[in-house]
Design a protein around this ligand. Sequence first.
Ligand code: ATP
Ligand code: MG
Length: 769
Amino acid sequence: PEPKTSSYLDSLNDVQRQAVTTIDGPVLVVAGPGSGKTRVLTFRIAHIIEQGTAPWEILALTFTNKAAREMKGRIEEVVGKRASYIWAGTFHSLFARILRVEAQHIGYPSNFTIYDTDDTKSLLNSIIREFNLDPKVYGANAIKNRISSAKSSLITPKLYEKNEELLAQDKLANMPLVYKIYTAYVARCKKAGAMDFDDLLFRLFELMQNVPEVVQKYREKFKYVLVDEFQDTNTLQYAIIKKLVQYPDSPRNICVVGDDAQSIYAFRGATIQNILDFEQDFGQFGIQTFKLEQNYRSTENIVNTANAVISYNKRQIQKSIWSDKGVGDKIRVIKAVDDNEEGRRVADTILEQKNRYHLQNNDVAILYRTNSQSRIFEEYLRRFNIAYRVYGGQSFYQRKEVKDLIAYLRMVVNPNDEEAFRRSINHPKRGIGGTSVAKVTTLARQQNLTLFEALKHVDLPKRTRHAADGYIHVIEQAMAKADTANAYELADLIAKGSGLTDMLRNDKSIEGMGRLENHEALLDGIKSFVEDDTVIDTDTLPDKSLATYLQNIALLTDADESDSTNTDVVTLMSVHAAKGLEYKSIFVVGLEEKLFPSWMSMDSMEGLDEERRLFYVAITRAELYLTLSYANTRYRYGKMVMNEPSRFLAEVPADAVENTTGGGRRSNDFEFDKVARQREHRARVTGVTPNKRRGTARFAAPKVDPATFEPSPITEVETGRRVLHLKFGEGKVLHVDGGADNRIATIHFSDLPQPEKRIMLKFAKLQVL
Ligand code: ATP
Ligand code: MG
């Protein structure tokens, strides 16, 4: 048959097109920023599907879940709705999905809990205490890192115990018993039915190693494997990929794309050695390598600057990158006397650019080395009335009151979860203090019970027993309903039954009100999870269970956080989180010695090289305008410090930089109401403005007046029918598909920027007109 020449192939240059259409055998693309690596990967998947492979036979690993969603969206434009069946996501989220199915093979329940960093530290601290070790010597953080890197190198507790080198390091650090803590930690996680982030990789590897049927199943399932940002994968991730595609008679249909110069996760064990190894590992199987050299993102000034900067790093794969987008604007440097002035002048420049170049807020991003730098920019953006959103930092789901409620929810899904137990047992206070918990713990250890089981049997004074029974009742009552009730119904039951809502309502302080708002925002979030009737991922679609909700939020990455609504806001994020993204105008701020490069990386060549790659990533996010800023003095850790300008500024070619003469102070500063500021701050973090519940939100207001809206549950609707949807307004049914129990209507809502939505009738709030 005639090869299908679709328009997506026309939007690629020759080398890109070759990389897209070479779908069989191993393919490596090493190329600079903005050269279309992600675009190649995306179209390649579309091409594979067009050539007849089923979407669910494709495994695509991306750096954030958001990147995966965007990728699917673009593929959908080529292949249609079936794009939702592609297995695309982060390593952690896709591996968690496999582990849920296969958990029983490794002695885990399929409803296993995912421990976050706090849970891990809390568990380590209790082990350290139980072993009577000095927590000042045995720091939970340091031990967590030791364990994490052991797991990433596939070193089990048994192997650790025999590893002379690791033992010697521990002795040197005055912590000779790390191996014992590690052993206990692994046993306790298992007992609790919990996996930490490293386990999601480690356990999957173990599973593939030890259970041939399982690895066989996924080898057969995934006909094509693709990895974006390959330079930032760690050894274990690569080992799992190899398990999937490296075996006798394998077609080795694997494609990885990356840029060694953008490797910025060495501190987490990522290694560009993977790129070199890939060439080795697949060399004899006809590997095809493509080099993309044209940068489609940035102007010449920006590309030349990036090239000049990265040339200070000696060890890198040679690449030449050029742009034909014209010279473009020169790079601006803002020299500020202090951090306040830096904040003000950045905000000022944003306003100016918006006017002069007609930029939208979401054309602009401010990138910093550490999350704590966001505060000053937030302050001035607010003053200048520029809408913004901060990614990362103390995220909504890390807030105490949010985690408190989540702890109860985790108990309902997995009552063996010991960290959730510790967090919830005496919060709100019900008189089960440290002594009682110690009793429970002792009994649990003696009889090999989980804490929750032990609580039922432990001998307690009458009052405490009564309180304990109350706690047990709340959890078990919700557990009994877990099969029939949805996530929101359970969460609501728990919030009230546990006394958490009442406790927060009774606190009338400003902070207390903020906590209550967060608590309710979480419930709102669960409600919208349950009620969301649009189809994004058909595989996980009908599942509105609490377990699924908890897994979703446990695996959010920094860049995922925030709703996907296309609100017009300036983005504030760390350089790490900005990987792969692009904006018309980029501000790289805080360019001072010890800040960027970070003081933590300044005493080694490797450290400095990594900081420079980070700077390289930062500047290559810019399409048209690049502004660099620094302050001579700033407050850090409560002290005023003087800073030298970053060495990276000196590496920027002088002829690319605009000549400026100071900014001059402005006099539009004013003191503003502290309460209003706090309220606004909360609103930003929760995504819920105080007004939201009254209907004037920065989220689009419902298109339909809820008061007169009368939805009826429907299981069927004919093509061509006009319907009313609470959120999307009036629409027309294009077609209906899906099984008897999962009918999905594709509806065209003419008021929406993306008018076509897939609506799950089972959950739909529709009124047939
Ligand atoms: P990074 O290393 O930063 O992740 P990348 O190599 O993945 O960059 P992409 O994000 O895929 O680069 O592409 C950069 C920009 O250039 C995107 O806006 C993309 O749509 C555009 N682009 C890439 N190739 C072409 C092309 N052949 N024609 C037009 N635009 C292109
Ligand atoms: Mg990319």
